[in-house]
Design a protein around this ligand. Structure first.
Ligand SMILES: Nc1nc2c(ncn2[C@@H]2O[C@H](COP(=O)(O)OP(=O)(O)OP(=O)(O)O)[C@@H](O)[C@H]2O)c(=O)[nH]1
Ligand SMILES: [Mg+2]
Length: 421
C-alpha cells in the first residue's frame, strides 16, 4: 500500500453520508498531485499559496466538476522519526525530508467522496483502508496517541471526542507512571492499571454505542415512549393492542452516549401467525440488547403476559422495569418486582423520563463516570493491560517490559493497525 516516494490517500471522516467528508493526501509531492484536480476559485494553484491557508475551489475530474471543496496544506516535519527508505536516503544525503499533508473537505455524500478517491488514484495516489487513518495521522508519540487519533475519526458523539482528546493528552503519562511503579511498588502499579482497565467496559459503550430495547405487553406505551425519547413521532401509537408488528430502531444520544433505541411488538399469546412472528422477532431483538426496558401499564391490573415478562426479566441483565401511565387517575404505584430498579413515568406527558434516562445511564455504568480520568479505550489496549496484570505479581520486570512494549511504545516502534508511512 505504501508507495515509495508516492502519495497515500485516506478518508478521515466516518463512512456513509454526512455534512462534510474529508480526504487526506500525504506525500512529498501531495500538493502537485492535488493541484492537477483542484481549481482554486481565486486562480493560481495550491503550490502558489502561502502555507497554512485554506483555499476554496472546484475539485475536477477532467472537464467535470465533482464538488466545491476547501483545501488546506500543512507541512509535516514531525514524521522524521518514522523510517522510510526515501527518508533514510534523503537524510543520508543530508537533505531535510518533510511530507506535505493536503486535506480536501468536500460535501459528505458517499458518491462524491468515492469520485474524489478515484480521481486521486488515477493521478497516482494509493488509496488506504479506512483504518489506515492511523498511518496518515501525525506519526509521532505513543501508540496510545496514535490509537486515539484513529478512534477520533470514528467518534459518534461530542462526548466521545472529548473523552478521546483527554485520553490522548493524559493517558500516556499515567501509563509511564505505572511502568515506573512496576518494580518499586507492584501493588500500587496493579491498583492503578486495574483502575484504567476497568474503565474500558464503559468506554467501549461510548465508542461503539449500545442498544436499548423497549419490551412489554401490548398497549403498555412502548411506542409512545420510543417517540418521546427520539423526539419525533416515528412509530405508530394507537389504543389498539398489537399495533407495532415489526421492530423499529433509531439512533439517539443519551447524555453523549450513542444509543440505538428499539421499539418492539407487544408480547402476548396469539393465534395470529403474523403476530406470533412479530413476538418471536421482539424476543430475539430483546436478547441482543445491552439494556431492556420492561414497560408495564401502571393504570391497569398486571396482565398475564406482563406477569410472565416480569418473571422472565429476573434472569435478564441490564433491565429496568418501567411503570408507565403515571398520569392516569387510577395509576398504581410501581410493583415491587425485586432484582431490578423500578421507574415510574408517563410517556404521554414526559413525567419521570429524566429519571428514566439517569437510570439507563446508571445501568450502563455511567453514574459518577467522567471522561477526564485515565481510561483504556480499545480492545487491544484492554487485552494488553490484562496480559501485564497477569504477569505483574510473578515478574514485575517482565510486566514493565510488556507495558513499555504494548502500551507505551512509540508508534514507530510498535506494529500499528493501519501500517506506517
Ligand atoms: N394516559 C396515558 N396513556 C398512554 C401513555 N403512554 C401511552 N398511552 C396510550 O396507550 C395506548 C397504547 O400506546 P402505544 O404506545 O401504542 O403502546 P404500545 O406498547 O406500543 O402498544 P403495541 O404496539 O400494541 O404493543 C395509546 O392510546 C397511547 O396514547 C401514558 O403515559 N399515559
Ligand atoms: Mg407499539
Amino acid at each position: 500500500m505504501t508507495t515509495e516516494g508516492g502519495h497515500r490517500v485516506v478518508v478521515l471522516t466516518p463512512p456513509g453520508a454526512g455534512a462534510i467528508g474529508v480526504v487526506r493526501v500525504v506525500g512529498p509531492d501531495a500538493v502537485s498531485l492535488v493541484d492537477q484536480a483542484f481549481h482554486p476559485a481565486s486562480g493560481g494553484g495550491l503550490s502558489a499559496a502561502q502555507g497554512d491557508r485554506l483555499r476554496y475551489g472546484h475539485f475536477v475530474d477532467g472537464e467535470e466538476t465533482i464538488d466545491d471543496v476547501i483545501v488546506s496544506v500543512t507541512t509535516r516535519h514531525e514524521g522524521k522519526n518514522v523510517e522510510t527508505p526515501k527518508r533514510r536516503n534523503a537524510e543520508t544525503r543530508g537533505e531535510e525530508s518533510a511530507d506535505l499533508v493536503v486535506d480536501i473537505s468536500a460535501h459528505g455524500g458517499v458518491r462524491v467522496i468515492e469520485r474524489i478517491l478515484q480521481t486521486l488514484e488515477r493521478l497516482g495516489a494509493s488509496v488506504g483502508e479506512p483504518g489506515d487513518a492511523v498511518g496518515l495521522a501525525w506519526p509521532t508519540g505513543s501508540q496510545i496517541e496514535h490509537e486515539a487519533i484513529e478512534a477520533l475519526t470514528r467518534a459518534k458523539t461530542e462526548r466521545a471526542v472529548r473523552f478521546l482528546a483527554w485520553q490522548r493528552e493524559n493517558l500516556p503519562a499515567e501509563l509511564e507512571a505505572i511502568a515506573l511503579l512496576c518494580r518499586s511498588d507492584p501493588a500500587a502499579a496493579r491498583q492503578r492499571l486495574t483502575a484504567i482497565a476497568d474503565g474500558y467496559a464503559v468506554a467501549r459503550t461510548l465508542m461503539e454505542g449500545v442498544t436499548v430495547a423497549l419490551v412489554g405487553p401490548p398497549n403498555s406505551g412502548k411506542s409512545t415512549l420510543f417517540n418521546r425519547l427520539i423526539g419525533r413521532p416515528a412509530t405508530v401509537v394507537s389504543p389498539q393492542p398489537g399495533t407495532t408488528r415489526d421492530w423499529v430502531a433509531e439512533p439517539v444520544e443519551m447524555d453523549g452516549v450513542p444509543v440505538t433505541l428499539v421499539d418492539t411488538a407487544g408480547r402476548r399469546e396469539s393465534d395470529d401467525p403474523l403476530e406470533q412472528q412479530a413476538v418471536e422477532v421482539s424476543r430475539r431483538v430483546t436478547e441482543r440488547a445491552e439494556v431492556r426496558l420492561l414497560l408495564l401499564d401502571g393504570s391497569q391490573p398486571l396482565s398475564s403476559s406482563g406477569k410472565e415478562l416480569l418473571a422472565a426479566s429476573h434472569l435478564w441483565t441490564g433491565c429496568l422495569t418501567v411503570i408507565n401511565k403515571a398520569d392516569a387517575g387510577n395509576a398504581r404505584p410501581a410493583p415491587n418486582v425485586g432484582g431490578h430498579n423500578n421507574v415510574s413515568i408517563s410517556a404521554l406527558t414526559g413525567t419521570g423520563c429524566d429519571k428514566l434516562l439517569s437510570a439507563i445511564l446508571a445501568v450502563l455504568g455511567y453514574r459518577g463516570w467522567v471522561e477526564s480520568i485515565p481510561c483504556l479505550f480499545t480492545a487491544r489496549q484492554a487485552e494488553a493491560a490484562a496480559d501485564v496484570l497477569s504477569v505483574l505479581p510473578l515478574d514485575p520486570m517482565a510486566a514493565e517490559q510488556r507495558l513499555q512494549q504494548c502500551l507505551i511504545g512509540r508508534c514507530d516502534q510498535v506494529t500499528t493497525t493501519g501500517g506506517g508511512l
